[in-house]
Design a protein around this ligand. Structure first.
Ligand SMILES: [Zn+2]
Length: 270
């Protein structure tokens, strides 16, 4: 077999492993999304049907597949199980694979810094999913998840340089969006403290360029969706967090590249 074929097989195997990990973590994210807003324990009570309260059998706990196998219904009472469970699981799994697709898999084995960077970014994607869904449901962010987002920046400090922003970029990144958001929030009351902390933590992890891209993407996306919602239902109140999270997720892997492209294309006058 040629080395190219071997490499391809290795890539597929690693992506499959990463996908499975993503699914399993995604399953835990569902627990976080439903229990954190109610301040319920994440580990104490085993998973149960939201309608009949029946404990979910071990074989029905396989992420994505159990839902498909049960055709989205509880095995006990037959009530519909929200399609959001498999959605969160597959979204998390796909984002994990996406993160790993950005690096050279063959080099990953020898390059611990690159591997560590991938793991940090994967965990960050998971944190963003939890923040986005909780904010969408409750229009609030849960403090513990925001703290998790900020803590993720700490190990990435050791990867400064090739795999991320420099320390200076991280510190400016932590302030460049969060401070204007804070001022806006204090003046208009339209910006939640959660949004401010989210962007401070994001800047600390991703650096200046990426956090600016994340904020712009989030604002544009929220504006578009806001106009659509207002036209359809007349509702003007909506959570801003999910759109910031989408912006952050895109910027986590491509923020610096998008910023450089933008600067080179539109802001270079030669
Ligand atoms: Zn049930």
């Amino acid at each position: 077999m040629s080395t190219q074929v071997l490499e391809l097989i290795m890539c597929i195997i690693i992506y499959l492993i990463v996908f499975c990990f993503g699914m399993i973590i995604g399953s835990f994210l569902n627990v976080c999304i439903y229990r954190l807003p109610k301040n319920e324990s994440l580990i104490k009570r085993s998973s149960h049907c939201m309608t009949c309260g029946e404990k979910i059998r071990a074989r029905d706990l396989v992420p994505i597949f159990s839902w498909l196998f049960l055709k989205g219904k509880c095995h006990s009472c037959g009530e519909k199980i929200s399609g959001r469970y498999p959605l969160v699981e597959s979204l998390n799994a796909l984002l994990y694979v996406w993160v790993f697709m950005q690096v050279d898999i063959a080099e990953l084995v020898f390059d611990y810094a690159s591997l560590a960077n991938c793991i940090i970014l994967c965990l960050y994607m998971s944190v963003l999913i939890v923040i986005a869904f909780i904010d969408y449901d409750t229009q609030e962010m849960h403090l513990s998840v925001l703290i998790a987002a900020a803590l993720l920046a700490i190990p990435s400090f050791f990867l400064t340089g090739e795999y991320g922003a420099s320390l200076k970029e991280r510190i400016i990144g932590a302030l460049i969006i969060s401070v204007p958001f804070l001022i806006l929030g204090l003046i208009t009351g339209g910006m939640g403290m959660g949004d401010v902390v989210l962007m401070a933590a994001g800047g600390l992890l991703l650096g200046t360029k990426a956090i600016v891209v994340a904020a712009l993407l989030g604002i544009v996306l929220a504006a578009i969706v806001g106009v659509i919602i207002k036209k359809k239902s007349g509702e003007s109140k909506m959570a801003f967090g999910p759109y910031l999270c989408i912006g952050l997720a895109i910027a986590a892997t491509h923020g610096t590249k998008i910023a450089d492209w933008y600067i080179n294309t539109f802001l270079t006058f030669e």
